[in-house]
Design a protein around this ligand. Structure first.
Ligand code: GLN
Length: 471
C-alpha cells in the first residue's frame, strides 16, 4: 500500500484517482482479511462514493483536503452515523451510531475515505485482541502470534498493507503496544489533544484517540487533521495545532533525551539491546542523553487498573437493556431482567466491572480508589519534574514482543503487565509514540517509545522521525 504522502502526490498530480486507490485498498482487504481478521466490516459502497466525490471535487478544480482519497480504517468503538459500532461486544452487536464522532467528521472534512471498522478487544479491554466477539486478529508479521491490543485490528490493517492509516484508542497502551507488536508507528497524543466526542467510553480520564500509520510522517499528517479543541468535549484542549509534519524534521542537536532509571532492569535481552542501541543512535545524531528518576512510575500499572476499572464500572452501567445495549427477552422480575440483560458481557469486561465496583465500595474507596488517585498525582509530578530537565523520554514500548495466540490466556497478570511502559503515559496524560526499531531473534518487531509532555507532540515526532530515518 502507498503511504499517505504518496497517495496525496498521486492524486494531486493526476497519476491516480481516489477511486483507484480505494479499490486497491478494498482488494487488499479482500485478499488478506479472511486470514488476518483485522476488519469486522468494510463500508465498500460508502467508501467508493466518497472516493468518487473526491475525484469530482478535483475535476471541478476545488482545493482538496489534507487526506484527500486516503483510505482510513476506524476502530469499532468510534461512532460514524448510520454505521454499526459494536466495541466487538455482544452487548452492542446491533447498535448503529446515531451521530458521528468528531474524529470521523474531521477525517471526512479532510476528504479521507472511511473504509471500514476494525476488530478490537471487547470494549477496548485487553492487550492481545483475543476477546472480540468476532474472533481474534492475527499478527501479519507472524500469523501464529497476536497483534497486540486492544486496537489490534487497526494495527494489523496497516501492517498488512490494507490501509495506510487507521484510528485506534489508547487507554493504557492500546495504540502504541499493537503498533510495536506489528511493526508500525502508533501515536497517542497527550490527553485532551484529540476530541473524545463519539468514542464509546472505557475510562474517560485515560481514553485518547490515537493514530496507526506506516511511518512517522504519515502519523504526523493525520494527527494534524485530528487534533484541536472541540466544543463537544470539555476536556479537549484549546491550543493551536502546529504543522507537525514540518516541525518534526529538525536535527536532534541539543535535544535532551531522558533515560528513566531502572526501566530496563530485568527486561527481555533483545528489547533491552534495542532500546540501548536506539539511545546510542540518538546520541550520534546530536542528542544529549540524561538519566532521569521517575520513582513513582513503577506504580503505574496497579494505579491504572484500579482507576480505569472504577471508571469502566461506571461508564458501562448504561448497558442495562433499558437505556442501551442488549435487552433480555425473558426475565423473572426487574432484578432478573438486569441480570439477563447484562449477561452478554464477556469475562474480561465482567472482571473489570467487578474490580471497579469493589474499588468504589464505601469500605474500599479510601484504600483503593482514593489511594490510586493520590498515586496518580505523584506519578504526574514525577513526569513533570523529568520534563523540566529533558525534552523527551526514551523507553521500551512493551516488555515483550508479540506472543503466540492463546499463550497467555491462563496468565491474566502477564497480559496486564503488557502495558507496563505504556499505561504510564495515560496515567500521566503524556504524549507517547511507538516507532519500530529492529526485530528480535524470531523476526518479530520491537518498538521503542518516546514520551513528551502535554502539547509537545512535535518533540516526540521529531525524535521518532530521526530515529526511523537513521535506523
Ligand atoms: N491493555 C490495557 C487494558 O487492558 C489497555 C487497554 C487500552 O488501552 N484500551 O486495559
Amino acid at each position: 500500500m502507498m503511504t499517505i504522502e504518496q497517495i496525496i502526490h498521486a492524486i494531486t498530480s493526476g497519476e491516480k484517482t481516489a477511486e483507484q486507490i480505494t479499490r486497491e485498498s478494498l482488494a487488499a482487504i479482500a485478499a488478506k482479511n479472511a486470514e488476518i481478521n483485522a476488519f469486522v466490516e468494510v463500508f465498500e459502497q460508502d467508501a467508493l462514493a466518497q472516493a468518487k466525490a473526491v475525484d469530482e471535487k478535483k475535476a471541478r478544480g476545488e482545493k482538496l483536503g489534507a487526506l484527500a482519497g486516503v483510505p482510513v480504517a476506524i476502530k469499532d468503538n468510534i461512532l460514524y452515523k448510520g454505521h454499526k459500532a459494536t466495541c466487538c461486544s455482544k452487548m452492542l452487536e446491533n447498535y448503529t451510531a446515531s451521530y458521528t464522532s468528531t474524529v470521523v467528521e474531521k477525517l471526512l472534512a479532510a476528504d479521507a475515505v472511511i473504509i471500514g471498522r476494525t476488530n478490537m478487544d471487547e470494549f477496548a479491554m485487553g492487550s492481545s485482541n483475543q476477546t472480540s466477539l468476532y474472533g481474534p486478529v492475527k499478527n501479519p508479521v507472524d500469523t501464529t502470534c497476536v497483534p497486540g491490543g486492544s486496537s489490534g485490528g487497526s494495527a494489523a490493517a496497516v501492517a498488512a498493507g490494507m490501509v495506510p492509516l487507521a484510528l485506534g484508542t489508547d487507554t493504557g497502551g492500546s495504540v502504541r503496544q499493537p503498533a510495536g507488536f506489528c511493526g508500525v508507528v502508533g501515536i497517542k497524543p497527550g490527553y485532551g489533544r484529540i476530541s473524545r466526542y463519539g468514542i464509546i467510553a472505557f475510562a474517560s480520564s485515560a481514553d485518547q484517540v490515537g493514530v496507526l500509520a506506516a511511518n512517522v510522517k504519515d502519523a504526523a499528517i493525520a494527527l494534524e487533521v485530528l487534533a484541536g479543541k472541540d466544543e463537544h468535549d470539555s476536556t479537549s484542549l484549546d491550543a493551536p495545532v502546529p504543522c507537525y509534519a514540518q516541525q518534526m524534521t529538525a536535527d536532534l542537536k541539543g535535544m535532551k533525551i531522558g533515560l528513566p532509571v531502572g526501566f530496563l532492569d530485568g527486561l527481555n535481552e533483545a528489547i533491552k539491546d534495542k532500546v540501548s542501541a536506539a539511545a546510542k543512535r540518538l546520541e550520534q545524531l546530536g542528542a544529549e542523553l540524561v538519566e532521569v528518576d521517575v520513582p513513582y512510575a513503577k506504580y503505574s500499572a496497579p494505579c491504572y487498573y484500579i482507576i480505569t476499572s472504577a471508571e469502566a464500572s461506571s461508564n458501562l452501567g448504561r448497558y442495562d437493556g433499558i437505556r442501551y445495549g442488549y435487552a433480555a427477552q425473558q426475565a423473572d422480575g426487574l432484578k432478573n431482567y438486569y441480570e439477563n440483560s447484562r449477561a452478554p458481557f464477556g469475562l474480561e469486561v465482567k472482571k473489570r466491572i467487578i474490580i471497579g465496583t469493589y474499588a468504589l465500595t464505601s469500605e474500599r474507596y479510601e484504600e483503593c480508589f482514593l489511594k490510586a488517585l493520590k498515586v496518580r498525582e505523584l506519578i504526574r509530578d514525577d513526569f513533570k519534574k523529568a520534563f523540566e530537565k529533558v525534552d523527551v523520554l526514551l523507553t521500551p514500548t512493551s516488555p515483550t514482543t508479540a506472543f503466540k495466540l492463546g499463550a497467555q490466556e491462563k496468565d491474566p497478570l502477564a497480559l496486564y503487565l503488557a502495558d507496563l511502559y505504556t499505561c504510564q503515559g495515560n496515567i500521566g496524560g503524556l504524549a507517547g509514540i511507538s516507532v519500530p526499531f529492529g526485530k528480535d531473534e524470531k523476526g518479530l518487531p520491537i518498538g521503542v517509545q518516546f514520551y513528551g509532555p502535554i502539547l509537545k507532540e512535535e518533540k516526540i515526532l521529531n525524535a521518532a522521525y530521526q530515529l526511523e530515518k537513521n535506523k
